[in-house]
Design a protein around this ligand. Structure first.
Ligand code: SAM
Length: 248
């Protein structure tokens, strides 16, 4: 995915998302967080395709790695966590040759790495990976999930909320709304018509089977369509087996 579009959207992303989704995306996030917290309350979190860092802010774990390739989104994440009382440790902290921005608030740490799911390297394994509206942005779904899997502890959770292809009429109407109406609203309210047009074109909805086949070494804890059948929540738990691969 061309991250330049997200660079352009970064500063107005939170506001625009609330407006064009009529708050539904926030409801999905709330449902996702509520489900995840039933299984795991704290620990090390990796949030992938973090955009402005809303998922990490909601989860509020003691140690959080945010993986986001857009430099403008990274700036917004830093500002957001600073406004929550986090302080930048050093502008650039390099650990094991991984450039990152680290912020701290008493015992809590947020580490932002400007990279993609496919290429990121991390210094430790996590208890939970969150991918909220993230997977469809990966350039290579299998490579991204395989790479992230390396950084999840056995027994760790991988939680996903994603828009998936659906044959239902409501889903088709929502896709039509996103392609045709969202750019108009985004144009009127936040001056971002062209960016949202491009975004609509550049995003391909995934098939649920294509996601699930990458989680053969995981147990599916929960799989649920969220209100409006276009989004699915999948909570998985990594088995003791070693690496994952996408298998039919
Ligand atoms: C729809 S937003 C994600 C929303 C976000 N997870 C949230 O909780 O609000 C998609 C994000 O994916 C990022 N992205 C694009 N390509 C990526 C890749 N290959 N790996 C990880 N993130 C990517 C974009 O820069 C963008 O910020």
């Amino acid at each position: 995915m061309d991250v330049k579009i997200y660079d352009k959207l970064a500063k107005k992303y939170d506001l625009a998302t609330k407006i064009v989704s009529f708050g539904i995306e926030e409801l999905w996030r709330w449902m996702f967080k509520r489900e995840l917290k039933k299984h795991i309350k704290n620990g090390v979190l990796i949030d992938v395709a973090s955009a402005t860092g809303e998922m990490a802010r909601a989860m509020d774990f003691d140690k959080m790695y945010l993986i986001e390739p857009s430099s403008e989104m990274v700036k917004v994440i830093v500002e957001k966590f600073e406004s929550l009382g986090y302080k930048k440790e050093n502008f650039e902290v390099i650990f094991e040759e991984i450039p990152a921005i680290k912020l701290k608030k008493s015992k809590k740490e947020v580490i932002i790495i400007q990279d993609t799911a496919e290429n990121v390297k991390l210094p430790e394994k996590a208890d939970l990976i969150t991918a909220f509206m993230a997977l469809r942005n990966f350039d290579d779904l299998e490579k991204g999930i395989k790479n992230l899997d390396k950084y999840l502890k056995p027994g760790g959770y991988f939680g996903i909320v994603e828009m998936v292809k659906s044959e239902s009429i409501i889903a088709k109407l929502i896709l039509w709304y996103m392609d045709n109406v969202v750019p108009l609203i985004a144009g009127l309210l936040v001056g971002m018509k062209e960016e949202y047009k491009l975004l609509g074109k550049s995003i391909t909805a995934l098939k649920e089977e294509d996601i699930l086949k990458c989680f053969k070494n995981y147990s599916i804890i929960k799989k649920k369509k969220l209100i409006f059948p276009i989004a699915t929540m999948i909570i998985t738990r990594k088995n003791e087996r070693k690496n994952t691969e996408c298998k039919d």
